[in-house]
Design a binder for this molecule. Structure first.
Ligand code: IDP
Ligand code: MG
Length: 201
């Protein structure tokens, strides 16, 4: 009963924009679980940025051709993120036009679609604390010429038209992209044994 009252108070505070309410770690584990499942049901994972945050990472055709899939997966595993979905496919133009809808007016759009449909890609969903932002840092600047050494693009590519990997750029963008490339049933909810060694959540 006490927990239920506390839960309602937190939800209420959240909708009033109280910044502290996203810090679930302050609350008892049983309550955190309740909040987690509430987030999961309503698909509003962005409401609590630290909880079940997921992002879409794709190894583009150049990355697959150059046999970089293993090294890219290794970087995300090594960092501490959890792989919850993976597909290898030849993407259709239709799917790519949805994925890159915002870029339709860009001069490079048609060559981008040609590149992205030129061979198989490997699309993945990774989960973990702050995974969207951290992945963007790991992937590096869009233009490999400006990407830092140590990032995927900075280590494996030289030109913006062949930059090896895709990473969602926001939590909302990640949710949209994940739904585009994956069915809910193909994303696995599983517990990593080392969970408490990579995050306190
Ligand atoms: P991002 O992949 O870093 O999020 P976006 O601006 O979303 O960058 O662009 C999507 C993709 O379009 C890039 O990853 C790259 O493959 C391609 N792209 C972006 N800018 C250019 C360009 O100026 N020339 C050719 N391709 C580009
Ligand atoms: Mg982008």
């Amino acid at each position: 009963m006490l927990q239920r009252r506390l839960f309602h108070k937190i939800v209420q505070q959240f909708y009033l924009g109280h910044p502290e309410t996203s810090r679930l770690s302050r609350f008892p584990p049983s309550l955190q679980l309740g909040l987690r499942s509430a987030c999961h049901r309503s698909k509003t994972t962005s409401a609590f940025p630290d909880v079940r945050e997921r992002t879409l990472i794709a190894v583009k055709p150049d990355g697959v051709q150059r046999r970089l899939v293993g090294q890219i997966i290794q970087r995300f595993e090594q960092r501490g993120f959890k792989l919850v979905g993976l597909r290898m496919l030849q993407a259709s133009e239709d799917l790519l036009s949805e994925h890159y809808g915002e870029l339709r007016t860009k001069s490079f759009y048609h060559s981008l679609v040609r590149y992205m449909t030129s061979g198989p890609i490997v699309v993945m969903v990774w989960e973990g604390h702050n995974v969207v932002q951290t992945s963007r840092s790991m992937v590096g600047h869009t233009n490999p010429a400006e990407a830092m050494a140590g990032t995927v693009r900075g280590d494996f590519s030289i030109h913006v038209s062949r930059n090896v990997v895709h990473a969602s750029d926001s939590v909302e963008g990640a949710q949209r992209e994940i739904q585009l490339w994956f069915q809910a049933k193909d994303l696995l909810d599983w517990d990593c044994n080392d969970k408490s060694s990579t995050s306190e959540k």
